[in-house]
Design a protein around this ligand. Structure first.
Ligand SMILES: Nc1nc2c(ncn2[C@@H]2O[C@H](COP(=O)(O)OP(=O)(O)OP(=O)(O)O)[C@@H](O)[C@H]2O)c(=O)[nH]1
Ligand SMILES: [Mg+2]
Length: 458
């Protein structure tokens, strides 16, 4: 049972026109009433109404801040408790004044994510929906947002519930067979279990196929721009970012650090990394830069190798090409405005033609082709329809994989004529693993860990 009242600043800290302090819990209306001076008594107003007045010091009745107070009574609120939202002037001081007074009453400062946690514990949303709230807040592209938005609406939960229902049916069927063995022929039950488990497995596999795209939607495609010094890597980053973020000069070895920029291409989020040109160097600072380039290269989902086609292939180029050839690669042949000195044959042997893009970053030529090539790799059609349910959360992915193993075990067991009550154990395991996704029977420590990732006031 939750019986304390919590409060937190719900808006981002900084200058803005308004800021909101959110209060939730059984005493929230009465407590805010005790520090509020207005025409109406909050304890008597209708739910979902807004009231103008002042937050006052309850002892001296001194006016502290001019506010609008919104009352949302249980259960029609985000947390399903009585919620009061106090809109103050923006900036840091106004909200702090209101919070200070609140915390002198019988109110506790909320932990990060505690409002959402209450929404979960009170049954308004399930765990997968709650987790999607974080994704919603953190999303950096339209697509990531709409994917998270659908999950908050219960899209994934419904899919999981449906599969769990099928498993529950199967378990009931087996149970009857265990209790009244004379009513059934064992082979019939085995066939039934196999069919149902395969059906559920297929649906889970379909969900897992979206996992890669889901991860990309959430975190962005980590894209490392690599190549020898002076080929135009920083120029390319700037062109894609449409701002001059990285320093560009004609001096080889200009970039020393890894420079990050978040962009979207056709709604696909990309985390671009501009790196130091890779070469042997005696310069200590540049050496560190080259090391960083190499580790960025290791971690990237996509490698954009930039070559200067105004120069013949260099041994360093060949070495890089060899190193990345089994990865997702796009080769940019830059400086097309200058005469070609580069022999294409070796590159064409190593990389598919749709992975080779001719560009002149200086003349802003070929950017569209590069964007199309990137989009082509990660979204192999179909995504426009936007009706897929994406799984992007690592916890969910791990549980789905576990459930598949349990179902495989169950199916395998039916084929080996293992006693039916033992098969029941695997089916139940799959049912429980799916249940953990939506928060059925998960432990307190897991719940605490999940909600601690939230920001304060959410
Ligand atoms: N002609 C021509 N010059 C270009 C093009 N793209 C970049 N450059 C020039 O090439 C030089 C190097 O560009 P950068 O973007 O700094 O190259 P980089 O690969 O980041 O170099 P490092 O940071 O030293 O590794 C600059 O003088 C750019 O103006 C192009 O398409 N055509
Ligand atoms: Mg550079």
């Amino acid at each position: 049972m939750i019986n304390d009242t919590i409060a937190a600043i719900a808006t981002a800290v900084g200058e803005g026109s308004v800021a909101i302090v959110r209060v939730s819990g059984p005493e929230s209306v009465a407590i805010v009433e005790s520090i509020f001076a207005a025409k109406n008594k909050l304890t008597q107003v209708d739910s979902h109404t807004v009231h103008y007045g002042y937050i006052v010091n309850p002892n001296t009745r001194e006016k502290m801040e001019e506010v609008l107070v919104t009352v949302m009574r249980a259960p029609r609120s985000f947390t399903m408790e009585d919620v009061v939202e106090i809109s103050t002037h923006g900036g840091v001081i106004a909200v702090k004044r209101v919070m200070d007074i609140l915390l002198q009453q019988n109110v506790r400062l909320a932990e990060p994510g505690e409002f959402t946690k209450r929404a979960f514990l009170n049954g308004r949303i399930d765990l997968s929906q709650a987790e999607a709230v974080i994704d919603l807040i953190r999303s950096k592209s339209e697509r990531a947002f709409s994917s998270a938005f659908k999950q908050v609406q219960g899209n994934l939960s419904k899919e999981i519930e449906a599969q769990r229902y099928t498993l529950l049916e199967t378990m009931a069927h087996i149970e009857v067979n265990i209790d009244y063995p004379e009513h059934d022929v064992e082979s019939l039950t085995s066939a039934f279990i196999r069919e149902k488990c395969s059906q559920v497995m297929e649906s889970i596999e379909k969900l897992l196929r979206t996992a890669n795209e889901g991860k990309i939607l959430r975190e962005g495609i980590v894209t490392a721009i690599v190549g020898r010094p002076n080929v135009g890597k920083s120029s390319l980053l700037n062109a894609l970012a449409k701002e001059s973020k990285a320093i560009v000069t004609d001096i080889p070895g200009t970039t020393r650090d890894v420079i990050e920029e978040f962009i979207t291409i056709n709604g696909i989020p990309l985390k671009l990394l501009d790196t130091a040109g890779i070469r042997e160097t005696a310069d200590v600072v540049e050496q560190i830069g080259v090391e960083r380039s190499k580790s960025a290269l290791e971690d990237a989902d996509l490698v954009v190798l930039v070559l200067n086609q105004n120069e013949p292939l260099h041994a360093d180029d060949l070495q890089l090409m060899e190193q990345i050839k089994s990865r997702q690669v796009i080769v940019v042949l830059n400086k097309m405005d200058l005469p070609r000195q580069l022999e294409l044959r070796q590159i064409e042997e190593m990389f598919e033609s749709d992975r080779i893009v001719k560009m002149s970053v200086k003349e802003q030529e070929g950017l569209d082709a590069l964007e199309a090539a990137i989009a082509g790799i990660f979204f192999s059609g179909g995504i426009e329809s936007n009706d897929l349910t994406y799984v992007s959360n690592v916890r969910h992915i791990a549980l789905l994989k576990k459930a598949i193993v349990s179902l495989q075990d169950a199916i395998g067991a039916t084929e080996e004529h293992i006693p039916i009550d033992l098969i029941q154990i695997d089916v139940r395991a799959a049912w429980e693993q799916l249940g953990e996704i939506i928060g059925d029977a998960v432990g307190d420590s897991l719940i605490d860990q999940i909600f601690s990732q939230f920001c304060l006031g959410k």
